[in-house]
Design a protein around this ligand. Structure first.
Ligand code: SF4
Ligand code: SF4
Length: 258
């Protein structure tokens, strides 16, 4: 049977023969389009509980799929891919992979709460959108900002050793943000910084003795050693342990209050 509403089916699940004649009838192309049999086994029946654990997602299980939320949605009016009813359906079925296909547009919710006001089952779809966003973040499906990556590296060193090494923070930050350190030294701001620190203009002027006399030798050597030996603050073991436990506790509390 020909499939007319193809937009609802993933392209890879459609099969079409360009040339096909059955019992003398030419059913080439569109007329022989079939849907591949699909057996779903990769679902998580407890996924709705995960969404319920985030603030706003508590009533997600109540949805009876009337569609009023999507019909009234501000974002759906301008982008029909933004479909809260469908995402709530996927949550209750535990189909995380399908949900992840829309991970970049779930964020478009403008929290107008039209959906929440109209929902006959008090699902609070706006809250479910927030819960989904928190889940996407917690599962690492969102790109971390550069400032978050910097903070993470800074905090990691503080917690592990009770101190930070500037060189290591910068080195690891540049690495995590995919910046080419050699290129930055050759043609970027890092090169300008190093040149200024080392008074390279003196070298260009031929003032070699002045240049060598003002060259910071001890600093870079010390920074290199710190990178290798990674010293810790004295007696940091127990204090660090307590701090790490505290941070984990705060993360847990923050998750519960979302
Ligand atoms: S309005 Fe409420 S019950 Fe209806 S589909 Fe949306 S969330 Fe479900
Ligand atoms: S709160 Fe979000 S999901 Fe609800 S109607 Fe507004 S934009 Fe749509």
């Amino acid at each position: 049977m020909a499939i007319h509403e193809k937009s609802l089916i993933a392209p890879e699940d459609l099969i079409t023969s360009d040339k096909l004649v059955v019992d003398g009838v030419d059913v080439s192309g569109h007329w022989n389009t079939m849907i591949k049999p699909r057996y779903i086994s990769d679902y998580d029946p407890d996924f709705y509980k995960t969404i319920q654990s985030y603030g706003g997602g508590e009533n997600v299980h109540r949805c009876w799929q009337c569609g009023s939320c999507t019909n009234s949605c501000t974002m759906y009016a301008i982008n029909t891919d933004f479909n809260p009813r469908y995402w709530i359906y996927l949550v209750n079925l535990g189909m995380k992979d399908e949900l992840l296909k829309d991970k970049d547009i779930i964020w478009q919710c403008v929290s107008c709460n039209k959906c929440t006001n109209i929902c006959p089952k008090d699902v609070r779809p706006e809250g479910v959108m927030k819960a989904l966003q928190h889940w996407l973040e917690a599962e690492g499906h969102t790109q971390k900002s550069n400032s978050t990556l910097f903070d993470e590296e800074f905090a990691r060193q503080c917690l592990e050793r009770g101190r930070i090494e500037d060189t290591e923070v910068i080195h690891n930050f540049l690495k995590k943000t995919g910046q080419d350190i050699v290129e930055l030294v050759k043609n970027g701001w890092l090169g300008i910084l190093v040149a200024r620190m080392n008074k390279w203009p003196l070298l260009k002027q031929g003032k070699i003795i002045k240049f060598v006399a003002r060259m910071p030798l001890l600093g870079p050597v010390k920074m290199g050693l710190m990178m290798v030996f990674k010293p810790r603050t004295k007696s940091w073991g127990r204090t660090g342990e307590v701090l790490r436990q505290y941070v984990e506790e705060q993360k847990r509390l923050a998750h519960e209050s979302k």
